[in-house]
Design a protein around this ligand. Structure first.
Ligand code: MN
Length: 426
């Protein structure tokens, strides 16, 4: 086992133990303090470590300090898997209870660690490209049953390749960014003509983002092993969806306006290395995938995921769904291989949306579309109100954590509040 994942490790940052950000996690993000510049940080307990300060002090070997002062993680990530690993190992060592180098240097400690409560978190990576997959068998089956009730739920290609489409990187925003209800064109099956106006079936999609950590050359395919090594980490992702717009527009080329208005990303990227102890087998793939999609080891991760809604002014949020990253039929590595196999150049900072992660039980569905069965079975919130889809003023939060041997590897939370649609013109 990688020594940074040892469940017996303890940090001198006392709040780390038992928190979502113990020394075994060390997720990467971007923070700023007051009017200061955005910088690279690592979360531990209720603190954020200014990694650039440690690099400037000569504590991170030969990793150039400039890569931590750019306001995005891309430059650090571009240094490659060996540097991700040695930097993580060095940070782990500096934060260990039995290592005094940083623990006992009060001046450096004061500059390098600050309360998470005091900082603002930014989008952790400059998103170069955003591809969204459709890799949960349960989700694809549920949507097929609702949108195409007279046809087989899964289309013939689904069990042979990870279905996906190219989304918009320009509207990927960090958790906490308010989400404006989109306008669009809709037509219910029983309506004679389409109309234009605010989306009436606004939904979330519970997903994970895979953060691509390698640049690949156009025209050169990846192997599955290269794809595994080229994944920097994972973050929470809510792929907001306008179901009424989607249902009218999606044939034959897939989602378009229904998905482009906003996608929220969690502020913390948990490294693939931190998740290694949580690797599990995914669902059995039958028929066996073509050779380029076959892996030799378990390719999924056991990460518990949760959806909670708080209505306008509600004191507490209501948990409406619980799923798990492990339910995905096509793994992140398979998605990346498939994406690159035909010659697409992948870039550091590309994100791959997993697709809505639904489990087999009704309480484990990853969207309101499924949880309410297209609005037919509204959910009841703690304040007594009900929801078919999201209403203006609703605050939606997804969260995730992996747990084992008393250690929790948390992803933080990914939230967004729904603002009313813009005024309709024309
Ligand atoms: Mn999606």
């Amino acid at each position: 086992m990688n020594p940074t994942n040892d469940s017996a490790l303890v940090s001198w940052v006392e709040t780390a133990q038992g928190s979502d950000f113990p020394i075994q996690n060390l997720p990467w993000g971007i923070f700023s303090l007051g009017a200061g510049p955005a910088r690279v940080g690592v979360a531990i307990g209720d603190r954020v470590v200014d990694v650039g300060v440690l690099a400037e002090a000569g504590l991170l070997g030969d990793v150039p300090a400039e890569v931590f002062a750019t306001g995005v993680l891309n430059d650090f990530v571009r240094l490659g898997p060996a540097v991700w690993s040695t930097t993580r190992a060095r940070l782990s060592e500096l934060l260990r209870a039995d290592v005094g180098r940083l623990r006992d240097d009060a001046a450096l400690r004061a500059r390098a660690l600050m309360p998470l409560a005091d900082v603002r978190l930014h989008l952790p990576i400059r998103v170069e490209g955003y591809t969204d997959f459709y890799s949960s068998r349960e989700h694809a089956t549920n949507v097929g049953r609702m949108f195409r009730p007279d046809a087989p739920a899964l289309l013939p290609n689904w069990l042979h390749l990870p279905v996906g489409y190219n989304g918009r990187a320009s509207t990927v925003v960090v958790s906490g960014t308010p989400i404006r209800r989109p306008l669009g064109q809709t037509k219910a099956p029983d309506e004679a003509a389409p109309s234009f106006g605010p989306c009436r079936r606004l939904d979330l999609e519970l997903e994970m983002a895979t953060i691509v950590g390698v640049d690949t050359e156009m025209g050169r395919p990846l192997t599955l092993e290269e794809a595994e090594r080229g994944i920097f980490g994972y973050a929470l992702l809510n792929d907001w969806s306008a179901r009424d717009i989607q249902q009218w527009e999606y044939v034959p080329l897939g989602p378009f306006q229904a998905k482009v208005f906003a996608t929220s990303m969690g502020p913390w990227i948990v490294t693939a290395e931190a998740l290694e102890p949580f690797r599990v087998e995914g669902p059995k793939q039958d028929p066996e995938p073509l050779p380029y999609l076959r892996g030799s080891k378990p390719m999924n991760y056991d990460v518990e995921l949760e959806i909670a809604i708080a209505g306008p002014g509600a004191r507490e949020a209501t948990v409406v769904g619980c799923s798990n990253f492990a339910h995905l039929y096509w793994s992140s590595a398979q998605q990346l291989v498939h994406h690159a196999i035909g010659g697409c150049a992948m870039k550091v900072g590309d994100i791959l949306g997993s697709g809505t992660i639904s489990g087999p039980d009704e309480g484990s569905f990853g969207s309101l579309l499924e949880l309410t069965w297209n609005g037919q079975r509204p959910l009841r919130l703690a304040d007594g109100s009900t929801r078919g889809f999201l209403e203006d003023g609703d605050r939606l939060t997804i969260s995730g954590r992996a747990r084992r041997d008393g250690v929790t590897i948390g992803f933080g939370a990914c939230s967004g509040e729904i603002l009313p649609a813009p005024e309709v013109r024309g």
